[in-house]
Design a protein around this ligand. Structure first.
Ligand code: C5P
Length: 227
């Protein structure tokens, strides 16, 4: 048993800000569970697309998520997402899937469906959760809240490198346009928009590498937990 009460570390921010890598590093350091909430929205989008649903029809999309069977198998380096028992590692990372996720993520009915699944990930000894509304809506009482930011061109370049490393081809100019569109949609939606929680610590990762961001966040957590 840990000598502390389990707690949540919420890391929010736009795509390509480095929140996924940061969340993974922090979860490994602390031995906490990890929730990539964007992956849940992507799986939901894949399910709706797989059923041939028109994504502009909220009620049909919500219906398509009934009995959705999702799970993650954690390996050494990455976690493998399964949708209805099928490995969808490749499909989930496509930009088109991210875009579809962002379309359905606007719908209150979809967000409601996915809320319980996200909250259920909070188990001892603790959880590191990343996404857009983890500090504002999913875990409003999280012990730590960070909001990661990076300049749009840097985020596009990071996304480009990330996709390339996974063998997915991409065009950097297209990526920049898609990221800008997705940011705008995520920021301006009425339901759980992408905004920092009032008590979040804002970290600009534009000029920092992954290790520097992790060190900065970890030193804050350690200071707080020790003090
Ligand atoms: O982070 P990722 O690119 O995987 O997220 C895909 C999309 O899912 C985002 O653009 C966003 O619209 C949606 N999302 C969300 N709330 C979250 C996580 C992701 O609306 N907590």
């Amino acid at each position: 048993m840990p000598e502390f009460d389990p707690y949540v570390i919420a890391i929010d921010g736009p795509g390509g800000s480095g929140k996924g890598s940061l969340a993974l590093a922090v979860a490994r350091t602390l031995g906490f569970h990890l929730l990539d909430s964007g992956a849940i929205y992507r799986l939901a989008a894949l399910r709706a697309l797989g059923l041939g649903i028109d994504l502009s029809k909220q009620a049909r999309v919500v219906d398509a998520l009934e009995n959705m069977d999702i799970r993650f198998e954690f390996g050494d380096e990455l976690s493998i997402p399964f949708l209805d028992n099928k490995d969808v590692s490749h499909a989930i990372r496509q930009e088109s899937t991210g875009n579809a996720a962002s379309i359905i993520a606007q719908y209150p009915g979809v967000r409601k469906q996915l809320l319980g699944r996200q909250r259920a990930c909070f188990q001892p000894p603790g959880l590191v959760a990343d996404g857009r509304d983890l500090g504002t809506v999913v875990f409003p009482t999280a012990k730590f809240k960070f909001f990661l930011y990076a300049a749009p061109e840097i985020r596009a370049l990071r996304r480009y490198k990330q996709l390339n490393s996974m063998g997915i081809s991409a065009n950097i100019d297209d990526l920049q346009t898609e990221i800008a569109e997705r940011d705008e949609r995520d920021r301006t939606r009425t339901e759980s928009p992408l905004i920092p929680a009032a008590d979040a610590i804002i970290v600009d990762s534009s000029l920092l590498n992954q290790i520097q961001v992790t060190n900065l966040v970890m030193s804050h957590i350690e200071q707080e937990v020790a003090g």
